[in-house]
Design a protein around this ligand. Structure first.
Ligand SMILES: [Zn+2]
Length: 331
């Protein structure tokens, strides 16, 4: 029970948001959990990734102070522990939390504080992934994210990522950011093959990404599917989210093709609140939709342990936990 692709701002509950707004002195457009939910969660009418990303506006408003940032990570760990997870990698973009004057370093420091408090209290290991953002006017901010990731590497932070509007800002535009990350020996993931097609995944591979966020549209190029299998490149698949952003549809969802080709698939939520899901729901949906056996699902969970930014020993310990508890967790 491992979630490797989980955005902090998209996974806070309405109750969390109410509490964080109160602490921030922000008055929200709605004051109850039920009334807030539609502002945080997409509807089936969501047309694309851009509309999906609009649901992050409100959470980001309340995540602009060290106190609320730390608390949000702590709240999320509490939620994951209650859902039976044994490890998670939680991602967010430090540059989106600077509206009240925090430096990226202060943002990450606060998140690490919340992480450490949560780990100590809930006994569940977790690490942070720092997202650079796709855009054409934030190069300096992205470079700063790389520097901050290096400063906190293995001190709460395990990797970098590239998130945002993949369709508008092609992956290879960010080559210099990830060349710098490589120079500093900071590993990175890239969201690719979600709003853009196979070419974006090829670009992520050429930049030397260690995992691919989504990769659902890799199926458009059989040569790429072969390459992903050959490299044993982990794909962080997020079924519900991929349907909502229209990156894929249910009938053509390539999970079984990927498994048949021997690709290292992992199952993740992306955004528990925006997508209205949790990890157990994702596993059950896939089980139902594709008739996957419990053994296959357990194997996908072990893929996540093997693909995590952990030592072999840590991954093996997680796999032992998975084999003890998976069947019961899924039931
Ligand atoms: Zn994502």
């Amino acid at each position: 029970m491992i979630d490797l692709h989980l955005h902090l701002d998209g996974s806070l509950t309405p109750a969390d948001i109410l509490r964080l707004a109160e602490l921030s002195g922000i008055s929200l457009p709605q004051q109850t959990e039920d009334a807030l939910r539609p502002l945080l969660e997409v509807t089936p009418g969501c047309r694309n990734l851009v509309e999906y990303l609009e649901k992050f506006d409100l959470p980001l408003q309340v995540l602009q102070s060290s106190q609320t940032i730390a608390l949000s990570v702590y709240f999320l760990l509490r939620r994951l522990k209650a859902d039976g997870l044994c490890y998670a990698e939680i991602r967010f973009a430090p540059q989106l939390h600077q509206k009240c004057g925090l430096s990226q370093e202060q943002v990450v420091s606060a998140a690490v504080d919340g992480l450490n408090k949560g780990i100590a209290e809930f006994g569940m290991p977790a690490q942070l992934i720092l997202c650079c953002m796709r855009g054409d006017s934030n190069r300096d901010a992205n470079m700063e994210t790389v520097r901050v990731a290096k400063a906190f590497l293995r001190k709460g932070v395990c990797a970098l990522d590239l998130a945002g509007n993949e369709y508008a800002y092609p992956t290879n535009t960010f080559a210099d950011i990830f060349a710098y990350a490589k120079e500093l020996a900071v590993p990175f993931i890239i969201h690719a093959g979600e709003a853009a097609g196979a070419e974006s995944v090829w670009q992520a591979l050429s930049l030397d990404a260690k995992r691919i966020g989504h990769g659902v549209r890799s199926i458009e190029d059989p040569g790429l599917v072969k390459k992903l299998a050959q490299l044993q490149m982990p794909l962080e698949m997020c079924f519900t989210s991929n349907l909502q952003t229209k990156a894929a549809n249910e009938q053509d969802y390539p999970l079984c093709d990927y498994l048949q080709q021997g690709i290292c698939v992992t199952i993740n939520t992306d955004n528990m609140t925006v997508s209205g899901t949790d990890l157990r729901t994702e596993y059950r949906l896939l089980q139902k939709q594709f008739g996957l056996s419990a053994d296959t699902l357990e194997k996908l969970c072990c893929n996540a342990a093997d693909s995590a930014f952990l030592t072999e020993e840590q991954a093996n310990a997680l796999k032992a936990q998975i084999s003890r508890n998976f069947a019961q967790w899924l039931a």
